[in-house]
Design a protein around this ligand. Structure first.
Ligand code: ADP
Ligand code: MG
Length: 316
């Protein structure tokens, strides 16, 4: 199987031509027609074996995750995903691996109404780079718009994906299965972000660890954030799998959850909670925005807690 057969068999079926896709997979570059008046929102993320995923990850999970983490970046901007490009580097081309990878990748893309329009295929150490292109009509969410007096909220639950790494090999355990699914199939909060966008001031997706990622909002918005650790939303599976102190560390600093962290004016809280509830999504108030700088965490006793590591950093 050469490179072109491979593209034709596994990836061309994820594309389409016609309508807004003037040229999809198969030419030197893709051409798309954007709706008038919309802005383009673009993100790219690379997953490297051994760094972003364990070497024995199921290929279907890898495909899903590679798409989902990028779609999550578009969710954080409240953009509608439209197109994706996939640059795949792998040591060998194996049918079972490629078909499972493509299946997972397609599942994540189709869940977001996003179509594959191109990519690149090369031999080398397993590395998956995905670029996503989305559009937004007017109100894109950014990190720099938090205001003192805002509340800080987060979607879903935190810490599950980090705990999954502890239980990768545990079989026949429903909690371990739940945690692994949270790592392997993160849910980009696209519909929630779009529904809440009119009231959201600043937003980010939690990829590297809540405290570290909120630090980006604090820095970009030139404000301080105060987080109450007791309010971090934890899944029952996480609470049953690790002790309470470990659960808090994972929730505050673990990363890989791809939940949405955002700030809203306190006066809009009821409306935000009602909108999230009618979308069937969980959101929790975890703190507030104040004058100052940085992120400060407080325990249930009101004392400040300083995490050993705010989150994941490359080149540390
Ligand atoms: P070029 O040599 O012009 O860069 P390629 O041989 O890399 O072209 O790719 C041929 C076509 O297949 C292009 O449309 C490219 O976007 C697409 N393509 C290559 N690899 C992938 C992939 N993994 N997924 C989707 N499309 C791909
Ligand atoms: Mg190429």
């Amino acid at each position: 199987m050469d490179e072109f057969e491979l593209i034709g068999r596994y990836f061309a079926p994820l594309g389409r031509s016609g309508g807004d896709v003037i040229r999809g997979i198969g030419d030197d570059a893709a051409i798309v027609q954007l709706p008038p008046g919309q802005r383009l929102v673009v993100a790219v993320d690379t997953l490297v074996e051994g760094r972003h995923f364990p070497p024995d990850i199921a290929p279907e999970a890898l495909g899903y995750r590679a798409a989902a983490v990028n779609l999550s970046d578009l969710a954080a901007m409240a953009a509608q995903p439209r197109y994706a490009l996939l640059a795949l580097t792998m040591p060998t081309a194996e049918h079972a691996w490629l078909s499972a990878f493509a299946r997972g990748f397609a599942a994540a893309l189709s869940g977001a109404d996003c179509v594959l329009i191109g990519g690149d295929t090369t031999r080398g150490p397993l590395t998956v780079t995905v670029q996503v292109l989305g559009t937004v009509a007017d109100h894109a969410l950014t990190r720099d718009a938090a205001q003192p007096g805002d509340l800080v909220l987060v979607s879903g639950t935190l810490g599950d994906a980090r705990a999954a790494l502890d239980v990768m090999d545990r079989v026949g355990d429903a909690d371990a299965d739940f945690l692994r699914a949270r790592f392997e199939r993160p849910t980009p909060r696209l519909a929630l972000a779009t529904a809440l966008a009119p009231w959201v001031h600043a937003a980010i997706d939690v990829s590297d660890g809540l405290v570290q990622d909120l630090g980006h909002i604090a820095a970009a918005s030139a404000v301080g954030l105060e987080i109450e650790l007791a309010k971090l939303p934890l899944s029952e599976s996480l609470s049953r799998t690790v002790d309470a102190a470990q659960a808090l560390v994972y929730a505050a600093t673990g990363g890989d959850d791809y939940e949405l962290a955002f700030t809203v004016a306190a006066a809009q809280l009821d409306r935000v909670l009602a909108t999230a509830a009618s979308a069937g999504e969980r959101v929790s108030v975890i703190g507030r925005v104040c004058e100052g700088s940085g992120v400060r965490c407080f325990g249930a006793d009101g004392r400040q807690v300083v995490p050993a590591q705010p989150g994941y950093r490359h080149f540390d």
